[in-house]
Design a protein around this ligand. Structure first.
Ligand SMILES: Nc1ncnc2c1ncn2[C@@H]1O[C@H](COP(=O)(O)OP(=O)(O)OP(=O)(O)O)[C@@H](O)[C@H]1O
Length: 321
């Protein structure tokens, strides 16, 4: 269990982490989500005692990191896979870590096997691909057989096979009852891995919720419609008491699962439809809506990069709008 209480980090004027309070529970994968610059890495560094908080505290199983005896046996972390001595072989890198942390050298062979690097254990780490480096970093995190694991953007730059492997590994570690905390800036990635979500923006807590809840609240279903007879269709929909949203130059949207009703209505009024498709809003869109206010680096039009189009709602009074 990891507990954060009012955790805050300032760099001069910049508040990188702003009064974060939440807990990371064992037995599940907790996703730590936020746009670039949200403060995820800074938070994780403070959790590991690598940065000193300006205010607040982190407790690892009830203790501060510097109170842990043999910390690698409590908490293992992958922060920056490239931060290792490239001149050493994978085996020696892990052996040094094991020896300086009172860990049996037998574990080195075990973790090399777990991450699938046994056949290249004697090769120098500087010749490793990104994926192999990532696996070696994970081997280091697993070395002390810790109950708590932390991964900062572990799938960044990996090929599909590597991504699949990391997802399964995280789920397996959680299924063993461990606490697994993983950061990402991709909602789609978290949707496949995490059971619980902690979302931050500009250092502040935006959501602390189960993944199932987040999906239930945010995956809006709607119908996308394109027609060359826009005004007739708006009148017909209005007449049937259906609220329409204009989502683009020629695109209309109606909330809910009403495609059959709309198709029949259009047929009755002899309105031509070029598209009538049921849709489900992506979780990525929901995440972007949630963090839109706190995205630090915006695209040229003032919207967050890839952010949702501004939308205009059309109710019964759409003509007066
Ligand atoms: N040593 C530092 N000195 C000054 N500002 C810093 C320092 N470290 C981080 N920051 C700032 O704090 C904020 C949070 O950075 P952090 O790296 O924690 O975000 P992040 O969520 O991990 O982002 P990313 O997804 O891009 O890695 C950023 O605005 C960053 O510029």
């Amino acid at each position: 269990m990891i507990e954060l209480e009012g955790l805050t980090k300032r760099y001069g004027e910049k508040v990188a982490v702003d009064h974060l309070t939440f807990s990371v529970r064992p037995g599940i994968v907790t996703g730590f989500l936020g746009p670039n610059g949200a403060g995820k890495s800074t938070t994780m560094r403070m959790m590991l005692g690598l940065d000193r908080p300006t205010a607040g505290a982190v407790r690892i199983d009830g203790m501060r990191y510097d109170q842990l005896k043999d910390p690698l046996k409590y908490i293992g972390a992958l922060l920056d896979a490239k931060a290792m001595h490239g001149g050493r072989s994978a085996y020696h890198h892990l052996l040094c870590l094991a020896q300086s942390n009172g860990i049996d050298r037998r574990r080195v062979h075990e973790v090399l096997d777990t991450v699938g690097l046994t056949s290249v254990a004697k090769k120098k780490a500087k010749g490793f691909s990104l994926g192999m480096g990532q696996r070696l970093g994970i081997a280091g995190a697993l070395l002390g057989d810790p109950r708590i694991l932390m991964f900062d953007e572990p799938v960044n730059g990996l090929d599909p096979e590597g991504i699949h492997w990391i997802r399964n590994l995280m789920k397996a570690l959680a299924a063993e009852g461990r606490t697994v905390f993983v950061s990402s800036h991709l909602m789609s990635e978290m949707a496949l891995t995490a059971d619980h979500l902690v979302v931050i923006g500009q250092g502040r807590l935006l959501a602390d919720t189960s993944m199932a809840d987040f999906i239930a609240r945010n995956s809006r279903s709607y119908v996308r419609i394109r027609t060359p007879q826009r005004e007739q269709l708006l009148d017909a929909l209005h007449g049937a008491g259906i609220t329409v949203v204009e989502a683009g130059a020629e695109v209309l949207e109606v909330d809910g699962e009403k495609s059959e009703q709309i198709g029949e209505l259009a047929a009755r009024h002899q309105i031509v439809l070029h598209e009538l498709s049921p849709q489900r809003a992506s979780l990525e869109e929901a995440f972007m809506r949630l963090t839109a206010e706190s995205v630090e680096y915006h695209a040229h039009d003032g919207r967050p990069l890839g952010g949702p189009e501004p939308r205009q709602a059309w109710g019964p009074d759409w003509r007066k709008a």
